[in-house]
Each structure stands twice: as structure tokens, then as C-alpha cells.
Design a protein around this ligand. Sequence first.
Ligand code: NAD
Ligand code: DAU
Length: 341
Amino acid sequence: MRVLVTGGAGFIGTNFVLWLLHTVPDVRVTVLDAMTSAVMTNNFIYARRGSREDSVWDHFEFVRGDVRDRDVLFPLVKDSDVVVHLAAESHNDWSLENPDLFVDTNVMGTLAVLEAVRHYGVRLHHVSTDEVFGDLPLDSGVFTATSPYRPSSPYSASKAGADHLVRAWTRSFDLPVTLSIASNNYGPYQHIEKFIPRQVTELLEGRPMRLYGSGVHVRDWIHVSDHCRALWAIVTGGELGKTYLIGGACEVSNSDIAALVLDQGTWSLPASEAVVHVADRPGHDVRYALDSRETTAELGWAPNIPLAQGIRDTITWYTNNRAWWQEAKAATEQRYRARGQ
Ligand code: NAD
Ligand code: DAU
């Protein structure tokens, strides 16, 4: 099968592509990625070090380009059996600083992908986020596939806009499309701007973890490899036209994640100095929770990496791969400090 992965050089994309190349026989993968600032280093050059002879790379092609550039996108879609659309600007905090970029990339990029798959009749899997539903109170509720859209940040509104386009194109043009909505991923190759890798790398630098506001906010955490398995289960066995929820069944507050990071690693800072509270995110969503039982029932998929183990492995990965993140660390922290975070 020929798979085109847009945004395939980002966090989830890299994990998905590496998983595909090493797990699925006879797969050919093309990545289309603009390598925006979301990407710190070329992950595939990085991952290939020491494994250049590995024949999986014979089945891989990387194209640097913008998903909105139809001259680049259309020929790649034409040569594919399925498109997995991950390309997006993905960070809530930066969406508050530059909303135009998020709407342009996430809405217009998805429009370009839809027009390309419509033109060539190629199957599409569109990757979305639980944030399109807005947030939940701390003490009750869970999102289902029929929850109303109520996004609260420029990022989540742009993803919601993209989802609306996907559903409208699917219905109006009878396109072969599936859509999935995932909760908070963590694991290797995640940008250090994101919560868990930011805290791990702060500790590795000998500085305290930085919690927004009180730290009571809750996310449903899923290891990225569990998400990747779900994506492939949907691409190969999902019902066309359907939306699948992919959650970790693992709701944890940010304070408790910080405690777990502290507990699962060996750090130079004493525990009493390991956390500081910083300025809260404006409009900060309180809690997300996804009910993915239907996905499990239909596709036989379930998350299987326990959080403590996943966090431990993630700490080990960032400890052993300083070369991957070190260069971006100072600039990332400078950007946060300017926001009081
Ligand atoms: P990421 O920022 O690490 O990766 C996104 C990739 O898209 C980057 O490699 C970036 O260079 C690329 N990109 C950005 N603009 C582009 C453009 N115009 N053309 C081509 N490529 C472009 O983000 P991620 O965490 O890997 O997220 C991937 C997708 O999954 C996004 O659509 C995101 O909304 C969705 N998602 C993420 C999570 C999560 O927890 N990380 C959860 C649910 C859904
Ligand atoms: O829910 C899925 C979404 O998860 C994806 O769609 C997004 O692409 C992804 O970035 C993520 O969004 P969040 O905003 O939930 O993730 P983030 O890692 O930015 O923050 C997670 C929580 O941690 C959130 O409550 C904010 C908080 N936080 C974050 C950072 C970076 C802190 O307390 N301190 C920090 O330094």
C-alpha cells in the first residue's frame, strides 16, 4: 500500500511512519512536510543514523513542501492509495500569538487535501483532536463522537473548521474518508514546547518544571505508539464516513503528571524545588476526556502502554537524545519567558 503522510515529519507523523516502515509489510511511505518551526530537526535523518543499511528506508520518500501548494500536493496524492492528513500548526500557546497562521495552515491545508483526494478518488484519513469539543468540568462528563463542537482556542477552532470541511466534502462529494479524534499524546520526538517534554527537559537542564496556574487541569494521556496503532486500524478496517475516538482512558491532572515525572526519573533538583507555578494560559481548557469504547468494540484496538512506563521511557528517550532537542531549548524557553511562562 502507498501511504502519503502529510505532516509526517512532526511528532505523531514520525512515530507513525517509523511504526509503519518497521511493522507493515509491503508499505511504501511518502512524507510531505513543510518543516515549519514545529520541527526541531529532520527526524528521519536523525532516526536513520546508524541504520542506513536498513532496507525499510528503500520504502520511504521525504518531500519538503507545503500542503497548501497544490502543484506539489496533487501529484503525490495521485501516486497514493491512502492519505493520512496530520499536517497542522499544533500548539495552543503559539496559536494565541499568531492565529492567522493556524487558520491558514489547518483550514486551507485541509481544503487542499480534500480537493486533491476528490480529484483522484483517493481514500483519506483525517486526524483531529479532542479540543474541538471545548472542555469539560473537572468532576463530570466525557466527550463522545456526537458531542457538539465548542472549541476555545484559535488552534482548536482551526481544527474544528478543518473537521467541518472534511464532513461537508465527504457528504457532498461522496468521498472515501475516515476521521479520528485523539486525546493528548506523549512519547519520543515530541517538540519540547509541549507539556511533558518541556518538563522533562527543564529538569534535565537543572531547572524546575513549570505548571500553568494551579495545575489542576486534566488531560487524557495516550502514548503516541498506541495512537499510531489506532490510526492504522482505522485506515485498514475503519468504516468510511465514520469518526473514531482515540483516548488513553488515562485522565491525570498536570500536577500529578509533574509528580510522576519527578518520581520516574533521577534528577539533580530536590523534590521541594522541582515545580514552579507560572502564568496561566488564557482561555485554558479545564479538562478533556474521550470515550473510545466504540473504537475498541469495532476495531479491537485498545491503548496498552501504562502511563508510568510510558513516562519512564519518555524520560529515557529525552535523556539519551539531547542532540535532538538541545539546540531548540533556549529559543523555546525564551519564547515562553516572554509570556511569563
Ligand atoms: P507537530 O506540530 O509535531 O507536527 C505537525 C507537522 O505538520 C510538523 O512536522 C509541521 O512541519 C507540519 N506542517 C505544518 N504546517 C505545514 C504545512 N503548511 N504543510 C506541510 N506540513 C506542515 O504536531 P503533532 O503533535 O504531531 O500533531 C499532528 C496532528 O495530530 C495535528 O493535526 C494535530 O492537530 C493532531 N493531534 C495531535 C495530538 C497531540 O496530542 N499531539 C492529539 C490529537 C490530534
Ligand atoms: O488534546 C489534544 C491536544 O493536546 C492536541 O490537539 C494538541 O496538538 C497538543 O498540543 C495538546 O494540546 P494541549 O494544549 O492539551 O497540550 P500542551 O502540551 O500544550 O499542554 C498540556 C497541559 O499542560 C495543558 O493543560 C497546559 C499545561 N502546561 C503546558 C505547558 C507547555 C503547563 O502546565 N506547563 C507548560 O509548560
